[in-house]
Design a protein around this ligand. Structure first.
Ligand code: FAD
Length: 377
């Protein structure tokens, strides 16, 4: 009897699990194995930056997921190498053969380059485990310093203030979410967070973290000293590419894949935070959902090219709702801004066509109408 090798998915984040769920809609029987370094709990990562003001994050454990997906899930297991030539992966000295392989192993957290004897008190959150460690560190403490003013930094600022912490936000840039938002849209968010009590330090970096009697002393690059209890680094992530490089796959900023999510090796695919899809690294949920849906069909034997629709990102800052659909990288248009107090509508326009938008306050509800007008490349 010929035993069919499994489809192996490395990673049980939103990319890995969503793909597995979508795949099972097309093929309920073929062997499927998921592998993860963590305990395999299913959770929604975006909930982590709004979790401090809630009691708990909803999860489903690996066993429930295995039953739901009719799959084998190897938890607390680190894949150490992939060997596309021989259709196998390595876990230390063990080898597993695959029919098809999907890389959904996410991204690495960027590390701060700082001195001092308190650097162990710097936390970052990019998965449930690191979130739980951070939550424990913050428990019973009042002051939190956030490094980085991107989406994650801003959302944590709002959430930690709502959970009655004192928040200092330190950023090398000069406005909030500079990669996503034009300054006119970032301004209302900043002013709302300021009203809540967040203190901002723009245009500076963190140089040193030292322990003092009652907590930590941060030295900023402008010489300013800040006293806090916990430091949260939210300076960003970069796609995990090391093992792909070692295996000879084509890699740029992320693991390069085409419109079928195929890497440069036969039967090896990639999606989620580790992938660079036709030249774009999009570290958000909507792109990975679109990839999971189409890749599931391809893996089930119906090759389906990826087509992205509108992919707005909702910024989870309840004090000032923001939604942004960033224009494609390199698109040379202009922001057209209409502002009424804290309510802003910004449309990114080129040749009278809409390529992106950013909305705050009462304009957020216009996203559905704007999605219909978007020019999608
Ligand atoms: P991950 O969730 O990182 O999963 C990677 C998986 O690979 C894990 O299971 C890991 O254990 C496994 N793995 C890694 N290496 C190995 C190995 N060698 N062997 C075996 N397994 C391995 N996006 C939005 O669109 N909207 C939001 O509001 C939003 N909010 C966010 C808030 C926070 C706090 C964060 C951190 C991110 C947020 N994002 C948001 C981004 C979004 O959550 C991510 O883009 C998405 O969850 C990435 O999923 P992933 O499955 O690709 O990676």
């Amino acid at each position: 009897m010929c035993v069919m090798e499994p489809l192996i998915i490395i990673g049980t984040g939103l990319a890995g699990y969503t793909l597995a769920k979508e795949y099972r809609k097309h093929d309920s029987y073929s062997p499927l194995t998921l592998i993860t370094t963590d305990d395999g709990r299913y959770y929604s990562k975006p909930m982590l930056s709004i979790g401090m003001s809630r009691k708990q994050i909803d999860t489903a454990d690996a066993q429930e997921m295995a039953e739901q997906l009719n799959a084998t899930i190897l938890t607390n297991t680190r894949v150490t190498a992939i060997d596309p030539q021989h259709h196998l992966i390595k876990i230390g000295n063990d080898e597993l053969r695959y029919r098809q392989l999907v890389l959904a192993w996410g991204a690495d957290v960027l590390q701060l380059d700082v001195q001092g004897d308190g650097t162990e008190e710097i936390y970052s959150v990019n998965n449930l485990q690191s979130y739980e460690i951070f939550r424990k560190a913050v428990s019973g403490k009042k002051r939190v310093a956030i490094i980085g003013s991107g989406l994650v930094g801003c959302e944590f600022a709002n959430d930690l203030i709502a959970a009655e912490h004192h928040v200092e936000l330190i950023s090398q840039s000069h406005s909030l979410m500079p990669k996503l938002l034009p300054a006119d849209v970032a301004a209302p968010l900043q002013s709302c967070l300021q009203t809540l009590g967040v203190r901002f330090h723009f245009g500076v970096g963190l140089e040193e973290v030292n322990r003092i009697e009652n907590g930590l002393e941060l030295t900023l690059t402008n010489g300013k000293l800040i006293h806090t209890d916990v430091v949260l680094s939210a300076i960003g992530i970069k796609p995990h590419i090391t093992m792909a490089l070692e295996a000879g796959l084509e890699v740029n900023e992320g693991i390069q894949v085409n419109h079928l999510l195929e890497t440069s090796a036969p039967d090896v695919f990639a999606l989620g935070d580790c992938a660079e899809v036709e030249g774009h690294v999009l570290l958000y949920v909507a792109p990975l959902m679109a990839c999971a849906k189409t890749l599931a069909r391809t893996l089930a034997g119906h090759p389906t090219p990826l087509r992205y629709g509108p992919m707005p990102v909702g910024v989870k800052t309840p004090i000032c709702p923001v939604v942004v659909c960033p224009p494609p990288r390199g698109c040379t248009g202009q922001w057209q801004i209409h502002a009424e107090g804290l309510d802003v509508r910004a449309c990114f326009v080129k040749d009278e066509k809409l390529f992106g938008y950013a909305l705050t306050g009462r304009y957020v509800k216009e996203k559905y109408a704007l999605n219909k007008q978007l020019t999608i490349n």
